[in-house]
Design a protein around this ligand. Structure first.
Ligand code: GLN
Length: 295
């Protein structure tokens, strides 16, 4: 079969533009912690937007559903990931998977009154608990994104003006950008997804990371909003809750069954990995994983 070379690496973050576009990796982790991987599974890349569902989970666990819902809704926006879109009337971002909602969710992790540094530490600790190992920030990716993060700064300023976030908007953007710069492999991502598939308990370490009712909320939002303006095609063709990131990662989680992760840096026009989307489509059809199909 011909290799698919279509799509482009993310060009708005210089460190990502220069990534080797031919990398390809996949990992699957069962809900009892058996991990299988293939390809460039030892290559680390930045988590980017795949951090969003996990940070949303931490915010729900730390602040409760009502406090989070007051600031971030759960409606699909049908917009691009970096769209400047807010709900009329409330000024809330439509969901926590687009950047506006993710920056707001970032500020809701940890106890209320936490400093920006405490918030970021809570997030790095929390995402590390999902992965079952200590994750670290890629400072080159961080510096490269923050230097030109004008759009995310605009979003944070709007969130502050709409009284959705408190404190200094730039602190929210720097913390959010650090969160996006955490380095992961497909093995890490498969385990993080498997923790969602396993009711919030890490299947390898046994650590309870977030409560089961939080996982239900997070997977529902991933199913409806995880692939941005490609979410409808994703749900019909692939049919499992998922999240993509602009470094080329994609995760999917099937409750009670598996966490799946792929890595391939070339992106389609929605910012989703071209080969990742195709691999997921093949997995779910060949293994009968589509949620709307009777097994
Ligand atoms: N850090 C990236 C941004 O905020 C994440 C976007 C993504 O992965 N879709 O633009």
């Amino acid at each position: 079969m011909e290799a698919d070379h279509s799509g482009e690496t993310a060009d708005y973050i210089p460190e990502l533009a220069s990534a080797d576009p031919d990398r390809l990796a996949v990992a699957i982790c069962t809900e009892d912690g058996r991990l299988y991987s293939q390809g460039d599974s030892d290559v680390a890349f930045s988590i980017q937007s795949i951090s969003k569902p996990f940070v949303y989970a931490l915010a729900l666990a730390d602040r409760g559903f009502d406090a989070v819902m007051e600031k971030v809704s759960v409606e699909p926006s049908g917009d691009a990931f970096n769209e400047i879109s807010f709900e009329a009337g409330t000024g809330r971002p439509l969901n926590p998977m687009i950047n506006a909602g993710a920056i707001a969710a970032h500020t809701l992790a940890g106890p209320s009154g936490a400093t920006p540094q405490e918030r970021t530490s809570r997030i790095i600790d929390g995402l590390s608990a999902f992965a079952g190992r200590r994750l670290t920030v890629d400072s080159a990716v961080y510096e490269s994104e923050i230097a030109t993060a004008y759009r995310n700064r605009a979003l944070a300023n709007m969130l502050r003006a709409n009284e959705i976030i408190e404190g200094e908007p730039l602190d929210a953007v720097t913390g959010y950008t650090r969160q996006c710069s955490l380095l992961v492999t497909v093995d890490d991502l498969a385990l993080m997804a498997a923790t969602l598939a396993n009711r919030g308990v890490n299947p390898l370490t046994g650590a309870p990371v977030v409560p089961a009712e939080v996982v239900r909320q997070v997977l529902s939002v991933m199913a409806t909003c995880g692939m941005y303006d490609g979410a409808g095609h994703w749900m019909t063709n692939v049919g499992i809750p998922a999240k993509s990131g602009v470094a080329g990662g994609v995760i999917g989680a099937l409750p009670g069954q598996v966490g799946i992760a792929t890595f391939s840096p070339r992106l389609d026009r929605h910012g989703n990995s071209v080969r990742g989307v195709d691999l997921f489509r093949r997995f779910t059809s060949e293994m009968g994983l589509h949620l709307m199909e009777v097994p």
